[in-house]
Design a protein around this ligand. Structure first.
Ligand SMILES: [Mg+2]
Length: 218
């Protein structure tokens, strides 16, 4: 498959809408184990991205430049917590597709693997710490394995998103080891991690986007 810069920007717009729809749910999850602001934080970041998409990015044809602006904008709007994590993710993704106006299967696989691994590296969390890494690490591993086998992005990404979902759901049973929620210790068990949840939603939104695009083409 091919993804143009215009389509990539349309996908980022889909995240903006998805975050607005899920804002309350993400805050509700965060109230159980954190300070209850995750949905609001994500909304602030993506609204800032939306403003760039509507203005300075309108004519941008370079997929890497689009993603760099998304990362930098999210970071300056959000600052701490998830700000540096998503910024690193999108900027590492951008580095993997440097100078490209159209992304092919291999570019897309490399973009998403770099995105997920970049966040893991930046956050220094491991699987089992009850963070977004519980979603992103199995996702990246599955994507790499399946894409290496088939060379086909959509099927590999579909399997990777399924692995991400299992990872996200696994956070319900985990004791938080990172950030504010780690102070709760065993009391954090039973609540799904909000960061793991929004990370899954960002991946699932891309899957829906490329599936819809593929169906339109048939
Ligand atoms: Mg919070």
């Amino acid at each position: 498959m091919q993804l143009t810069a215009k389509e990539l920007k349309a996908y980022y717009k889909e995240i903006v809408s998805m975050v607005e729809e899920q804002k309350d749910y993400l805050c509700e999850l965060d109230r159980k184990i954190g300070d209850g602001d995750h949905g609001v934080t994500m909304s602030i970041g993506w609204q800032a991205v939306n403003e760039k998409l509507d203005n300075e990015l309108v004519d941008e044809e370079d997929c890497a430049k689009v993603s760099i602006t998304v990362g930098k904008t999210f970071l300056s709007a959000v600052g701490s917590s998830v700000g540096p994590l998503y910024a690193t993710g999108f900027m590492r993704g951008a580095k993997a597709v440097k100078g490209k106006t159209v992304l092919e299967d291999k570019d897309l696989a490399e973009f998403w693997i770099a995105f997920a691994r970049g966040i893991k590296e930046r956050g220094q969390a491991e699987v089992g710490d009850k963070t977004m890494v519980d979603t992103l690490d199995p996702f990246a591993n599955e994507l790499e394995t399946k894409f290496t086998e088939s060379g086909e992005f959509l099927s590999a990404f579909t399997d990777a998103v399924a692995a991400a979902k299992v990872g996200m759901e696994s956070t319900k049973e985990l004791v938080s080891k990172r950030g504010r929620s780690s102070r709760l210790g065993d009391r954090s068990v039973g609540a799904q991690d909000p960061g793991a949840t929004s990370a899954y939603m960002i991946l699932a939104t891309f899957l829906n986007f490329v599936q819809a695009k593929t169906e339109q083409a048939i």
